[in-house]
Design a protein around this ligand. Structure first.
Ligand SMILES: Cc1cc2nc3c(=O)[nH]c(=O)nc-3n(C[C@H](O)[C@H](O)[C@H](O)COP(=O)(O)OP(=O)(O)OC[C@H]3O[C@@H](n4cnc5c(N)ncnc54)[C@H](O)[C@@H]3O)c2cc1C
Length: 414
């Protein structure tokens, strides 16, 4: 039986496994390996970081469950073997993989879908002092820290304003800044405080936030952030980060109770350890139009860990959940086609759609055909998109249960 091994159960890996399962009856043995027991729904991580009053243990468990979807639920009833293990070595020639526990897994087809990691751009202090924003533990750590600061304010131990500094005003930074602002507003309302209670500063190195969106969309997002009380600093590259400050290249020092780093991602450093893997200057795997790793047969790469140059723009396809999903589909189709003597199909990238939640029940969305929606309607669309994804990976009832849980938990700040 043909063995197909998928490394990483993120958006690309899970889609590839599920599509392979649909396509193959008996012909293939599908195995997916991930270090975690759950698939992390990253688009809602900002909610976990910013949700109100979660430092009670059972609640934190509930909160984790809304974004950490167990693989056992996703793969229930499927012919997919899931192995929870840290991958420690990959041998491309042998098509074999070693796990930290010493297990050796070999295969005929390999799909590398190991995602990305936080980029610190070499800025001193980012790794040591800033709160990172890439996995569930990062999000819970931010949440717990904010909870502690609020407790200190309640007890009178902390007398000044709550000051949160956020490095990087991409989608993640904007989503988190807006939501944490809603959270703080809610806390103030509950305590009958009218005065300004927090300063949330969103710091962007570039001349403007979200350079890829239109001016009118950017204005809507900036206006919303300002209304929520977020201080937006554009053109402000960061030189150094400390536990309670950010130093800008201009020499200005901003003080805060905590620094959250949302400034970008880079290739998974683990890739460097794989002999013979062709990578770009930025360390991402080079693939051909069929998503085959350049120079290798039967080895594919999908998602954030690879770089696909869009033939239309000659620029890399952005690292997004739905581009990873599309790539996972294409690879599943190509493995099926190869095994059945058919031609492989080229990946045709599409990434013209985005939805940015900007605090509470407000999202700004740029949809198919350039259709733009903002506000509550945008929020509804975002929720429907989340639901659609959940339904695509989970049995219907499970998907609805997770979605209901998400709505109940994540509207607590609104
Ligand atoms: C905070 C945040 C918010 C985002 N919001 C959005 C959004 O709203 N919309 C959108 O389209 N995109 C969003 N993205 C981007 C999107 O999440 C990524 O592009 C997407 O997750 C990429 O999918 P992937 O399969 O390549 O990698 P991932 O989803 O990152 O999955 C990689 C998997 O590999 C596993 N892994 C890595 N190394 C090892 C190892 N050595 N051993 C075992 N397992 C390993 C990891 O545990 C993980 O499960 C967001 C990203 C972040 C960080």
């Amino acid at each position: 039986m043909t063995k197909i091994l998928i490394l990483g159960g993120g958006f690309g890996g899970v889609r590839c496994a599920l599509d392979l399962d649909k396509k193959f009856k008996e012909q293939a043995q599908i195995t997916l390996v991930d270090r975690n027991s759950y698939h992390l729904f990253l688009p809602s991580l900002y909610e976990v970081a910013a949700i109100y009053e979660t430092n009670k243990d059972p609640f934190t468990v509930k909160m984790r469950k809304t974004v950490c979807i167990p693989y056992k639920d996703i793969f229930a009833g499927k012919k997919i073997n899931f192995i929870q293990a840290e991958i420690s070595a990959v041998d491309l020639k042998e098509k074999s993989v070693r796990t930290k526990g010493g297990e050796i897994l070999s295969c005929d087809y390999l799909v590398i879908a190991l995602g990305s990691q936080t980029a610190d751009f070499g800025i001193p202090g980012v790794r040591e002092y800033a709160y990172q924003f890439k996995n569930i533990d990062d999000a819970v750590a931010i949440n717990v820290k904010i909870g502690k600061l609020i407790k200190k304010m309640d007890s009178g131990e902390k007398m000044d304003l709550l000051k949160i500094l956020i490095g990087g005003a991409g989608f993640s930074g904007i989503e988190f800044a807006a939501e944490i602002s809603c959270c703080v507003k809610k806390i103030c309302r509950e305590r009958g405080m009218r005065d300004k209670h927090a300063i949330i500063t969103l710091i962007e190195a570039g001349p403007k936030i979200l350079p890829m969106v239109s001016d009118s969309e950017r204005n809507i997002i900036s206006k919303r952030l300002t209304e929520l009380g977020v201080v937006l600093m554009e053109n402000s590259p960061i030189e150094e980060v400390g536990a309670s400050f950010v130093k800008l290249k201009s020499g200005q020092i901003l003080e805060g109770d905590m620094v959250v780093w949302t400034a970008g991602i880079k290739a998974n450093e683990f890739l460097k350890s794989i002999a013979g893997l062709p990578v770009t200057d930025r360390g991402k795997i080079i693939v051909d139009e069929n998503l085959l790793v350049q120079g290798w047969k039967n080895i594919f790469a999908v998602g954030d860990n690879q770089e696909f140059i869009d033939p239309k723009t000659q620029k890399p396809v952005p690292a997004l959940a739905y581009t990873a999903v599309d790539q996972g589909k294409v690879v599943a189709g190509n493995i099926y086609n190869i095994l059945n003597g058919k031609n492989t199909e080229a990946y045709k990238p599409y990434y013209g759609v985005w939805i940015a939640p900007v605090g509470g029940k407000f999202s700004s969305a740029h949809l198919w055909g350039g259709w733009k929606v903002s506000g509550f309607a945008g929020w509804i669309i975002r929720e429907l998109v989340d639901l659609r994804y959940l339904v695509s990976i989970l049995p219907f009832r499970k998907a609805i249960a997770v979605f209901r849980q998400e709505i109940t938990m994540f509207t607590k700040n609104d």
